[in-house]
Design a binder for this molecule. Sequence first.
Ligand code: NDP
Ligand code: HSE
Length: 441
Amino acid sequence: MTSPLRLAILGCGTVGSEVVRLLHEQSADLAARIGAPLEIAGIAVRRLGRDRGNLPVAPELFTTDALGLIKRDDVDVVVEVVGGIEPARSWLVDALRAGKSVVTANKALLAEDGAALHDAAADGGADLYYEAAVAGAIPLLRPLRESLHGDRINRVTGIVNGTTNFILSAMDATGAGFAEALEEATELGYAEADPTADVEGFDAAAKAAILASLAFHTRVGAADVYREGITEVTAADVASAKAMGCTIKLLCIAARGADATGRESVSVRVHPAMIPLGHPLASVGDAYNAVFVEAEAAGPLMFYGRGAGGAATASAVLGDVVAVGRNRLAGVRAPSESAYADLAVRPMGEALTRYHVSLDVADKPGVLAAVAGVFARHDVSIATVRQAPAGTESAGRGADAVLVIVTHTAPDAALAATVEDLRGLDAVRSIASVLRVEGGE
Ligand code: NDP
Ligand code: HSE
């Protein structure tokens, strides 16, 4: 066996502590797989005095000087599991420029400024791996980055946030409202004390940017992703979805398509949507993640598993560490960034989708015609119309009837303008629910 590969581990929280534990427990296997033993050169943390349980590691390895640790001559690989934009970006850029390989789980940084990391990796001739950044334990980025490089990916649809999937699954199962389901997610440790990044869709949007970049060989950043969270999803929406044979999921959707001028482009969005119960993502419950990839030659591919949690995420981190170790021993590099296609990102208004609209209306002659006229004016074709009498579960208080309309596919801008005009119709008392519908057409 050759000399050890020395790791600087930045962060020893939920993920970092499991990385340290697994490095210890599996050291012999990892060494055999790489062809060299792994050694921890140091572990950077914020608080030296924090109780870290019975971590199998010498206390003198801990430091608060992350940059000093990265710069040490005896460090070959930097594992970053701290999170956030700065100082993580500066640390990783420094490490990569110095030729040190980097393994990171930091989706926020990759989506905010992945270009800085890829450029630094190219400058330093170093490896940059980030399998854990999207969908935790699920081997997903390497298939996109390597296995599918002989194919053309047209669409990626995923459930990539475990917290929101838990909340929506609970709302679906029990009829609970958003606040009640969030409380349960917090009690069970799924949602963080500040759940904003999850419930407002920021976490999923960062992951969508990373997936789109890999799938379409194009740099897509967090700012390119249209984002809506799940805070506005109501128990009435969930009931409406059920009545349609659907369920509601927070989806990330990255799709190839033509822009208004016919030029090839991509659209990348995160929002709640109704999907039919027969859709491959409909049965993904609890805090699980799943990603459905549609490729031209391969056809549909489904990736499923745990998208979060210390051990699950550490599994992906260690897989990257093994890859990095093998590359260093063989004197080769990982595939570098592939952004040659450089496709434009379409605005949300041009994304093609379908709407489900539930209206409280007066039950009298001419109402349906007036409502249909608004759809027609915006060139939106109606697929189905259902009228429920007032007093049914989805009917609003005082309504004479509830009209449930599902459209055919149309540009999002036309659908949104239709809903805006419906608000101004005398016959429409209120709009009870507006949701996008994906799949099934
Ligand atoms: P935690 O908050 O549990 O841990 C963060 C760690 O970073 C802590 O050990 C903390 O030190 C350390 N740290 C914070 N600031 C500094 C600093 N300035 N210098 C040195 N160390 C610092 O985060 P997670 O383990 O949950 O997440 C880590 C990364 O993994 C994030 O990028 C996250 O998005 C990503 N990720 C997390 C998943 C999960 O399930 N948790 C899933 C997939 C990805 P101290 O311990 O002293 O406070
Ligand atoms: N907060 C994230 C989730 C963690 O709920 O999926 C994994 O990235």
